[in-house]
Design a protein around this ligand. Structure first.
Ligand code: DGI
Ligand code: FE
Ligand code: FE
Length: 193
């Protein structure tokens, strides 16, 4: 599918705010690709489509994931909104014809991250958090600078703040979110020695 058709596709599936957010992630990911040496078109496609399943009602997210045979973890069952990455990758492939496994993986893991992310996965994880239409959240100006200057530090910072926020909210924390944070903390500590 060409970009124009992807735009039409997500416009149909998303609220106006979520549509604007998706375009923000597209161009933020493109700029991060320039700086960090990722393929710009891959970053744009992943950014544009990452939330394409976000606006499906919660109970339908779970039903659709089961219908499509996608694996559903305990925390996803408790909080089916977490499934929008996995479902989004499914639609990106089935509805938009994306075959690039790296793009599909970046969409799948954009909410939780995962240990040992490749460059495209890191870019989408970060671009989602820092895109210009995001409402101001704690440390955002600093996190935006880190996104271009020190990508792994940026990832640690985002996960630190997200986990703190989720702990305050007293909600289910996906084990992948915690594992990702632990992985990047350990990697940074190992790099010191
Ligand atoms: O879809 P977006 O809003 O653009 O961003 P996202 O896919 O990162 O989802 C953001 C929400 O997901 C935010 O409220 C934090 C939440 N989140 C991230 N990791 C976890 C989580 N929520 C739960 N319950 N558990 C997690 O591990
Ligand atoms: Fe999302
Ligand atoms: Fe998003």
């Amino acid at each position: 599918m060409e970009r124009e058709d992807m735009l039409l596709y997500i416009k149909k599936k998303l609220t106006p705010k979520r549509y604007v957010h998706s375009i923000g992630v597209e161009y933020t990911a493109a700029n991060m690709a320039f700086i960090h040496g990722e393929d710009v078109q891959r970053a744009r496609i992943a950014g544009l489509l990452h939330d394409c399943a976000k606006c499906i009602p919660v109970d339908e997210k779970l039903k659709k994931a089961e219908k499509f045979g996608l694996p559903v973890s305990e925390s996803e069952r408790a909080n089916p909104d977490l499934l929008h990455g996995k479902l989004g990758a499914y639609y990106a492939e089935m509805k938009c014809g994306v075959k690039d496994e790296g793009i599909l993986s970046a969409i799948t893991y954009h909410t939780t991250g995962k240990p040992g992310m490749d460059l495209l996965e890191k870019i989408i994880f970060v671009a989602d958090y820092i895109e210009p239409n995001r409402k101001m959240i704690r440390d955002l100006p600093e996190i935006r600078r880190e996104a271009f200057l020190d990508l792994d530090k940026c990832i640690r910072h985002i996960l630190h703040n997200t986990l703190e926020y989720l702990n305050e909210k007293d909600t289910v924390i996906d084990s992948l979110t915690q594992e990702t944070y632990d992985f990047y903390l350990k990697e940074a500590a190992d790099d010191q020695h």
